[in-house]
Design a binder for this molecule. Sequence first.
Ligand SMILES: [Zn+2]
Length: 274
Amino acid sequence: MTSPRLSTEAPGERFREGGLPRVESAFAPGLTAAVTTRELDFGRHTESRAREVSAAHRTLLEWAAVGFDLVVGGSQVHGTRLFHADGVRVPERGGRRAPATVRVAGYDGFIASRPGVLLTVGIADCVPAFLAAPGRGAVALLHAGWRGVAGEIVPRAIAALEDGLGVPAGEIMAWWGPAIGPCCYPVGREVVEALEATAAGARTETWLEADGATARVDLRAALTVQAEAAGVQPGAISSSPLCTSCDRRFHSYRRESGGGGRMLALAGYPRACP
Ligand SMILES: [Zn+2]
């Protein structure tokens, strides 16, 4: 039996308190890449939590006002559709301080190659997967639970960056943010089989641990195998070591039996000062 290869410390990863409480990584020069903590709740706008969720969005927009004209997001559906944000027209700012917001439904991935656009996805255990090509200002942010990994949303985004924006896979840098770790992620046979059917199946020893009758999977390690198979350089991939279920600084779908809040993952190149 082999143990899954656990994630290593990401370069520059650090927690920031106040303003927008978040953990962020400096994995790609010039890119803002962050995941909020449980101090904010970006969950569903239910009646019981309406005030908290509205306050979280206000905090986000205040923080994003420096550097970003547009915040793009929407509710995720565990699919693999990608939304290209470059075509979104940014409304005139006028006297407004806050950036404009655009919400689109049915997308688990967002791509942009324009400074001033902040991409967002909601998460609580699923992997926030960040891809960036710093020399070209291109960025992709994906929401990858086991269905997204099985649907190869990261290789799809790499292909979209290559085909749509002319970014060679060899120039892409990747960071997998805080997510549920193999420590807290026993799964059924159907999950293992779905992941094995992808490029990750070539190196199961890096992400699959058989623990008696129970299988545990490391989704971030599976993403690493997929990204490398899609042409990303091994040295260009880093991963947060943080488990959202173990680490109570985060919301966790599993730990809170689905009833808890949601974090927001954020990615974008801020525009330069005028
Ligand atoms: Zn854990």
